[in-house]
Design a protein around this ligand. Structure first.
Ligand code: HEM
Ligand SMILES: *[C@@H]1O[C@H](CO)[C@@H](O)[C@H](O)[C@H]1NC(C)=O
Ligand SMILES: *[C@@H]1O[C@H](CO)[C@@H](O)[C@H](O)[C@H]1NC(C)=O
Length: 488
């Protein structure tokens, strides 16, 4: 009896304390549901359906509200206006990266995606410049993507139209594009080491998106004291790291300062020059390369596997795309980026795939880089920020019937391609994806090249195809399935 009383008293004190902390001082956080001590709003959020929970909260509290994950407040931005106002109009303040325990443990603040402050600024500047020098968004990378697309076709031909799981093959091609940029080397699809790399990356992203890891991020002690999939994650990460480090060592030995060939060469040269801002360790370079591999492999593989499901589920849309390919490209040459200007329907289809699958529903977490006045609120430096990209991509005014897969969302009345500011699958502002133009090139060239050469055949009735993601934590993961590639 006494124990219960003590417990109740302690809990109410904690509750009062957290309420007091919330309302006290010079800060004014956006409104939100009342948090419980220690666990915050955790019980009020449906981890399996985060978007619906956010939608419900936004109806009560408006487009800017506060949720407590554990004892940490997170400002949530919901809808185009709030997201744009934060990421673009207040770009500098909102450009920090949220410090999630799992990413801290994996990346230790190094590299690009999960680094902070000046390290991030210098690394981002270097990365974007170097990718450009190496031809991102230009003809030289386009040629590499076209070649990789032909390798993909050859590999798919080997299946002879029999059922296969497209999972790994679809990871090989984008991973090879990144490898050719960072290592100046693509790998054969039968190379054991390479296959291992792609499988490990795939597994990491899947674990990172599982509900368990979302729980670990709120209660980080679990990471140290519990058995669970995160241990496999750390093991895989170690493998990927040693793979990359070995390649960096080879580069160091063979480096010709007068003739840099790839991303690693440029880093090594910059690092060795006096008065350069980029004076970082090889550990930093390793993490940076992993950022590019992680960023550029699973995202594309998942997008393409979702795209196949959508194309098989909607045969009339696929027929229109294939007709456009026949008319503009024909059967006898490889698709190129120039073609996109003459293929509004295909272009719209690729945009619609990215909108519909909503690969990164809540974006990567951001963090405020300084004390910030935002709308009527005054929010301290270091506060976590979550931007709901779903709420932008599924805006029902901009995209009528957002739950329907319809390339018409990106076409005007005359069938011309129509741009939309709401197209934010790569986020926006200063943290926006550095691989955007490469990713869009790969999506267009891989999809058109495959559709030029194959008819996609589902093993189940198109109407029964299920496109519900298996996980959608930090990234949506498509379901596992089999399909046939029938040569045309
Ligand atoms: C369909 C493909 C892709 C999608 C949907 C995607 C999406 C995203 C998103 C939503 C972010 C977070 C932006 C933010 O924090 O506001 C991001 C960041 C990033 N992406 Fe991508 N991405 C894709 C492909 C790529 C590719 C091909 C690369 C490699 C070149 C890449 C490398 C990165 C990196 C390094 C970051 C971290 C940037 C930073 O923190 O400054 N991504 N991406
Ligand atoms: C959202 O609100 C609706 C109706 O108010 C309710 O039925 C539903 O369970 C809520 N969903 C979540 C995930 O909170
Ligand atoms: C890089 O920094 C270290 C110390 O952080 C310093 O000793 C070294 O001289 C620097 N190298 C260059 C090339 O600036």
């Amino acid at each position: 009896m006494d124990l219960v009383l003590v417990l109740v008293l302690t809990l109410s004190c904690l509750l009062l304390f957290s309420l007091w902390r919330q309302s006290s001082g010079r800060w004014k956080l956006p409104p939100g549901p009342t948090p419980l001590p220690i666990i915050g709003n955790f019980l009020q959020i449906d981890v399996k359906n985060i978007y619906q929970s956010l939608t419900n909260f936004s109806k009560t509290y408006g487009p800017v509200f506060t949720l407590y994950f554990g004892s940490q407040p997170t400002v949530v931005l919901y809808g185009y206006k709030a997201v744009k106002e934060a990421l673009i109009d207040h770009g500098e303040e909102f450009s920090g990266r949220g410090r999630l325990p799992i990413f801290n443990k994996l990346f230790e603040g190094q590299g690009l995606g999960f680094s902070h402050g000046n390290v991030w600024k210098v690394t981002r500047h270097f990365t974007i410049n170097t990718l450009r020098t190496l031809g991102m968004g230009k003809r030289s990378i386009e040629v590499k993507v076209q070649e990789e697309a032909q390798c993909l076709v050859k590999e798919l031909m080997k299946t002879n139209g029999s059922p296969c799981d497209p999972k790994f093959i679809m990871g090989y091609a984008p991973c090879n594009v990144i490898c050719s940029i960072v290592f100046q080397k693509r790998f054969g699809y039968e190379d054991k080491n390479f296959i291992n790399l792609v499988e490990k990356v795939e597994e990491c992203v899947k674990i990172l998106s599982s509900p368990w890891l979302q729980v670990c991020n709120v209660f980080p002690l679990l990471l140290d004291y519990c058995p669970g999939s995160h241990n496999l994650l750390f093991k895989n990460f170690k493998f990927i790291k040693s793979f990359v480090m070995e390649k960096i060592k080879e580069h160091e030995e063979l480096l010709d300062v007068t003739n840099p060939q790839d991303f690693i060469d440029y880093f090594l040269i910059q690092r060795s020059q006096a008065n350069q801002q980029l004076n970082y360790t090889l550990e930093h370079l390793t993490v940076l390369v992993i950022d590019l591999i992680f960023g550029g492999t699973e995202t594309l593989s998942s997008s393409i596997r979702f795209a196949f499901l959508l194309l098989m589920k909607h045969p009339h849309i696929t027929a229109k795309v294939q007709e456009e390919i026949d008319n503009v490209i024909g059967r006898h040459r490889s698709p190129c980026m120039q073609d996109r200007n003459h293929m509004p329907y295909t272009n719209a289809m690729v945009h619609e795939v990215q909108r519909f699958i909503d690969l990164s529903p809540n974006n990567l977490a951001h963090e405020l880089t300084c004390d910030t006045k935002f709308r009527d609120y005054f929010i301290p430096k270091g506060t976590m920020v979550m931007t709901s990209l779903t709420s932008v991509l599924y805006d029902s005014k901009e995209f009528p019937n957002p739950e329907t897969f319809d390339p018409g969302h990106f076409l005007d009345g005359n069938g011309n391609f129509k741009k939309s500011d709401y197209f934010m699958p790569f986020s926006a502002g200063k943290r926006m994806c550095v691989g955007e133009s490469l990713a869009r090139m790969e999506l267009f060239l891989f999809l058109t090249t495959i559709l030029q050469n194959f008819k996609l055949k589902s093993l189940v009735d198109p109407a029964d195809i299920d496109i519900t993601p298996v996980y959608s934590g930090f990234s949506s993961v498509p379901p596992t399935y089999q399909m046939c590639f029938i040569p045309v």
